[in-house]
Ligand binder design. Structure first.
Ligand code: G3D
Length: 178
């Protein structure tokens, strides 16, 4: 028997880091015709098949991916935006170090609303920098995240690098939450 579980997840990150591009890349064609739009927030849906979770052979997670549109001042709408989220993708742009430095602020904000929520960090736009610089930023992100972050990924919405991986990893950890 197939079981479907719906999970709300949010995207957090400064303007222009690539949140919407990552969703587009992951959700693909479903993006254009399957979204619910409210003022300032866009919700995309994508179902993913998960194997071997909770002793089941197959389980479908319907991800409801919440994204803020435009230059929204994050702190202003945070509580309603974040409430009920099982997980978050915190996105930074590796070509703008200040967005990496703000990861810690985003972690605190999400954790204050959802203390048990799953957190994954995506260091996006890795196609723009070299390996050496990326290594340093990954180190910094790990130290910022400490025990609160499940994983740090180096992604590129442009090339597709690790884009599926961040969403699947989050899906697995969200459905495994008790
Ligand atoms: P946001 O939703 O976080 O505000 P967007 O960010 O998804 O709108 O992306 C902002 C800009 O960054 C876009 O360029 C987009 O194409 C670009 N971008 C997103 N991800 C990547 C990536 O992985 N690599 C590169 N090189 N660029 C990326 P424009 O020019 O449309 O503003």
């Amino acid at each position: 028997m197939s079981v479907t579980i719906s999970k709300k997840m949010c995207m957090i990150g400064d303007f222009g880091v690539g949140k919407t591009s990552l969703i587009r890349r992951f959700v693909d064609r479903q993006f254009s015709d399957q979204y619910l739009s409210t003022v300032g927030v866009k919700i995309s849906r994508k179902s993913v098949e998960l194997e071997g979770v909770k002793q089941r052979e197959n389980l479908t997670a319907q991800l409801l991916i919440w994204d803020l549109e435009g230059h929204t001042k994050f702190k202003g709408i945070a509580p309603t935006y974040l409430q009920g989220a099982s997980g978050v993708l915190i996105v930074a742009d590796v070509s703008r170090t200040e967005t990496v430095e703000r990861i810690s602020e985003h972690i605190q904000l999400f954790s204050s609303v959802n203390p048990k929520g799953s957190i994954i960090v995506a260091l996006n736009k890795v196609d723009l920098i070299d390996e050496e610089k990326l290594g340093v930023l990954v180190e910094i992100s790990h130290s910022i995240g400490q025990d609160k972050v499940i994983a740090v990924y180096a992604t590129s919405a442009k090339t597709g690098k690790d884009v599926d991986e961040i969403f699947y990893k989050l899906a697995y950890t969200m459905v495994e939450q008790v």
